[in-house]
Design a protein around this ligand. Structure first.
Ligand code: GH3
Ligand code: MG
Ligand code: MG
Ligand code: MG
Length: 315
């Protein structure tokens, strides 16, 4: 049908069919004051199974973005009453990075500088009205593809491939910028470094795959215990870290003791196999120092826990 009605190339239709499933769950917002134009764009998007939302001016578009989570693409007209397309995308970019949301500018204005200005303001692409269907779809599809690629790159750098928790890199990137503010304002922050005891034995006795399963289960338990309130990450191997904003070292230690006791008490179960494991934990509270120095002190406390017999929390 699409092929016949639009006289698309055969290759294009094949590619298109491949993207339909992805489109089905993708929300697109059209901001355009012209009803005719909105309906036209909506029809094109719905033909490709996108979930479409509409706003009749810039301010309404901001309202919709506020109200509806997960919009992946904004198609913004230039000339609109109230705030125009430029102002709209400037404001959108204050809240949404390029990897969170794509923007395509749209206008029937013949001003030749428009495309460049749109892109400089934060749009990913631009469409001149009137456009042919195929160009519209190519641009939408390319824009969403590059969004997905940026997201994948972000995930590779920031999410641990094995356990799904954040990486060391994410942890440092997130904490470093706010740390001096915490120091100045006297905001409490404690860090706990943990290392599974005798983990090498798990690998040696049961194989690397079971070792991996232990790491996944350990990360899952950490996420369940701390994920909602605190920042946690896998530093590497069988070492993990939690940053607890608002907790002094005593509170952090007692929280970590609870977790440690839980690891000790509840076996790691993989089918028939049941493993008893323990973890050693080192806690340090932020003083007037850098993140590196704080991490070093937590690491020293962890070393202390190891050398004093493992399966304990040290401050
Ligand atoms: P300790 O109580 O002193 O911490 O002893 P340990 O055996 O836990 O510590 P060690 O540092 O000697 O061993 C850590 C092991 O973790 C060695 C390494 O092969 C293994 N390891 C690191 N990353 C992974 C991984 O992603 N998967 C698996 N299965 N093993 C890993
Ligand atoms: Mg307009
Ligand atoms: Mg280790
Ligand atoms: Mg270890």
């Amino acid at each position: 049908y699409v092929y016949k009605e639009n006289r698309f190339s055969y290759e294009y239709v094949v590619k298109l069919i491949g993207t339909l499933e992805r489109n089905r769950n993708t929300k697109v917002l059209i901001a355009d004051d012209s009803l005719v134009s909105r309906r036209f764009v909506r029809n094109l998007l719905e033909l490709h199974l996108f979930e479409v939302l509409e706003a009749e001016d810039g301010l309404k578009a901001l309202e919709v973005l506020q109200r509806v989570p997960g919009i992946r693409l904004l198609i913004a007209d230039y000339n609109m009453p109230g705030i125009d397309g430029f102002e709209l995308i400037l404001r959108v970019r204050e809240k949404y990075a390029r990897e969170d949301m794509a923007i395509i500018g749209l206008s029937n204005d013949t001003d030749e500088t428009l495309t460049a200005r749109f892109i400089k303001n934060g749009a990913n692409d631009f469409l001149q009205k009137p456009f042919v269907h195929e160009e519209f779809h190519c641009r939408v599809s390319n824009t969403l593809e590059s969004l997905e690629m940026i997201r994948k790159l972000w995930e590779q750098a920031n999410l641990d491939y094995l356990t799904g928790v954040h990486t060391r890199r994410y942890f440092f990137d997130k904490l470093n910028p706010s740390l001096q503010t915490f120091v100045k304002q006297g905001t409490c922050l404690s860090i706990a470094m943990m290392d599974i005891d005798f983990f090498k034995r798990v690998n040696d006795t049961h194989g690397h795959d079971i070792g991996d399963e232990v790491l996944k289960e350990f990360a899952r338990r950490m996420h369940e215990a701390f994920g909602q309130h605190f920042t946690l990450a896998r530093l590497g191997g069988e070492e993990f870290v939690v940053a607890m904003k608002g907790l002094d070292k005593q509170k952090a230690q007692s929280l970590m003791e609870g977790f440690r006791a839980n690891v000790e008490a509840i076996p790691f179960q993989f089918g028939e196999l049941s493993l008893m494991l323990t973890v050693s934990i080192g806690v340090a509270e932020l003083g007037n120092e850098t993140l590196d120095s704080l991490m070093k002190r937590a690491d020293m406390a962890l070393y202390e826990a190891k050398s004093q017999g493992r399966n304990q929390t040290r401050v």
